[in-house]
Ligand binder design. Structure first.
Ligand code: NAG
Ligand code: NAG
Ligand code: NAG
Ligand code: NAG
Length: 387
C-alpha cells in the first residue's frame, strides 16, 4: 500500500511538474489600460495650473507642441510618454474646460502641488492650492458626474467622458512629494524638521490611495521623488555652503532628504499592498535614473546638467525673480526670458525647476520596462499583482 501510495504521489508530481513550469513560464497578458488618472505636481501637469492661474507662456512647449501646452517643459513629460506607450491620447487636465476630452482619463496634477495642504497661498509661497487631497475630491466628483453626464443623452457628452468600467481598469499614476520637501525648507525649517514631517506626508498619501481604491481603482504606478538637490531653484535658494556639494555638483542634504522620503514612500507602498488585497501597486525609482543622468550626463550624451536651458543669469542660468517665459527691462526695452541654450535635446534642465523633454524621454525609456520598479513589472504589465 505504502509503496503504491508513494508511486501514485510521484506520478502525480511528475505529471504536475511540467504543468507548473508551464504556468510559471507563461507571461500574463498585457493590461490594456483603457484610461489614465494622474495625480501630482508640475512633473506631470499637462495644463491644470495653466487653466486655473494663467498659461505658462512661450517658450514652454516649443520643442514638441510648437506652442505653450500647459506643461512646464519644452515638450512632453513622462506622463505623456506613458500615455503614448499605452496607446492612449495625452491626458487632459481636469481643470482645463476648453478642448478637453476625458474619454481615456483625466489629469488632476498641478504645478506646485503638495501632498499636504499648505497654509499659504500660491501668491505667497508658490505652492498650488490643489494639494493631493483636493485632487482626490476632484477625482471623486469627476467619477460621479462624468457618469451622470454620459447618461444625459446628447452623444457629444458620451464622446468626452470615460465608461463607468474604465475606473476599475485604469492605471492610476502618481508623481508627487518633491514640493512637500521644499515647502519646509522655504519656511526656513532645518533638515531635521523636514524629516520629522515626512511620515505625516506619507500617511496623507496612503489615505488618498485607499480612497481611490474605495472608488474602484486597482492599478497604481507610483513615481518616487527626484534628486531635488540637483535643481537650480533649490541650489540657488537654499545651498549655503560649498561643503554640501557632492561629486555631481548637487546639494547633498536635499538629495538625502529626498532619499529618506523615497525610503518611506517605498514602505508606504508595501503597507498599501498588504492593506489593499486586490490592488497592484508599482513603486518606480525615478530618483536613481535621474541622478544617474545628471551625474554622468556626458556619458549619456547630455551637457551642462545643472544649468537651466531657459533662464537668465546666475551660476545656474536661473533667477527666481525672472523665470523662463518671464520678462524684464533692459535699458527701457522689454526682454523675454527665452531659450538660452541652443539645443534642448542635449540638455537636462529646462527652466531651473523642471526637466527637458529629452531628459523626460531618457528617464521614461529606463523605467518603462520595470528595471527600476518594485516589483520589477513593466508598464504594460502593471495590472498584475506579484508577490
Ligand atoms: C497647517 O496648519 C494646520 C493647523 O495649524 C496644521 O495642522 C497643519 O499641519 C499645517 N500644514 C502644514 C503643511 O504645515
Ligand atoms: C474623444 O477622444 C476619443 C478617443 O480619442 C474619440 O473617440 C472621441 O471622438 C473624442 N470626442 C470628441 C467629442 O471628439
Ligand atoms: C527665512 O529666512 C530668510 C533669511 O533670514 C528671511 O529673509 C525669510 O523671510 C525667512 N522666511 C520665512 C518664511 O520665515
Ligand atoms: C544699456 O545701455 C548702456 C548705455 O547706453 C550700454 O552701455 C549697455 O551696454 C546697455 N546694456 C545692454 C544690456 O544693452
Amino acid at each position: 500500500m505504502e509503496s503504491q501510495y508513494l508511486h501514485t504521489t510521484l506520478l502525480a508530481l511528475l505529471l504536475l511538474l511540467p504543468i507548473s513550469i508551464c504556468i510559471a513560464k507563461k507571461p500574463p497578458p498585457p493590461c490594456n489600460f483603457p484610461a489614465i488618472f494622474n495625480f501630482g505636481d508640475s512633473n506631470s501637469d499637462t495644463g491644470g495650473l495653466s487653466a486655473a492661474f494663467g498659461q505658462a507662456g512661450p517658450p514652454h512647449g516649443e520643442t514638441y507642441f510648437h506652442h505653450p501646452a500647459g506643461r512646464y517643459c519644452d515638450g512632453r513629460l513622462k506622463i505623456d510618454f506613458i500615455a503614448e506607450r499605452l496607446g492612449l491620447p495625452h491626458v487632459s487636465a481636469f481643470l482645463d474646460a476648453l478642448g478637453s476630452n476625458f474619454t481615456h482619463g483625466a489629469n488632476f496634477a498641478t504645478a506646485g502641488s503638495t501632498v499636504r495642504p499648505q497654509n499659504t497661498t500660491l501668491h505667497q509661497s508658490g505652492f498650488s492650492p490643489f494639494s493631493l487631497n483636493v485632487q482626490f475630491y476632484q477625482f471623486s466628483d469627476f467619477h460621479r458626474r462624468s457618469q451622470i453626464i454620459r447618461r444625459r443623452g446628447a452623444p457629444v457628452f458620451r464622446g468626452l467622458m470615460p465608461n463607468a468600467h474604465h475606473f476599475s481598469k485604469a492605471l492610476y499614476t502618481f508623481d508627487i512629494g518633491q514640493n512637500d520637501l521644499t515647502a519646509g525648507y522655504f519656511l526656513n525649517m532645518s533638515t531635521a524638521q523636514v524629516r520629522a514631517y515626512v511620515p505625516d506626508v506619507l500617511d496623507q498619501f496612503k489615505t488618498v490611495v485607499k480612497d481611490i481604491y474605495g472608488q474602484g481603482g486597482r492599478y497604481f504606478w507610483i513615481h518616487n521623488t527626484g534628486p531635488v538637490g540637483c535643481l537650480p531653484y533649490v541650489m540657488d535658494r537654499l545651498l549655503v555652503s560649498a561643503a554640501q556639494v557632492d561629486k555631481a555638483g548637487c546639494a547633498a542634504p536635499f538629495n538625502e532628504v529626498a532619499q529618506y522620503f523615497n525610503g518611506r514612500l517605498k514602505q508606504a507602498v508595501q503597507q498599501l499592498r498588504q492593506d489593499l488585497p486586490h490592488a497592484a501597486l508599482t513603486y518606480v525609482d525615478v530618483y536613481s535614473v535621474m541622478y544617474d543622468l545628471i551625474s554622468r550626463a556626458k556619458q549619456h550624451g547630455f551637457v551642462h546638467p545643472l544649468q537651466a536651458c531657459c533662464g537668465h543669469g546666475g551660476k545656474y542660468n536661473y533667477n527666481m525673480h525672472i523665470g523662463c517665459g518671464g520678462k524684464f527691462m533692459v535699458n527701457g526695452t522689454e526682454v523675454l526670458v527665452g531659450k538660452a541654450c541652443r539645443d534642448p535635446s542635449v540638455r537636462i534642465n529646462w527652466d531651473g525647476v523642471h526637466y527637458t523633454e529629452a531628459a523626460n524621454k531618457w528617464v521614461f525609456d529606463k523605467i518603462v520596462d520595470g528595471s527600476y520598479s518594485d516589483p520589477p513589472v513593466p508598464l504594460r504589465m502593471a495590472c498584475h499583482r506579484f508577490k
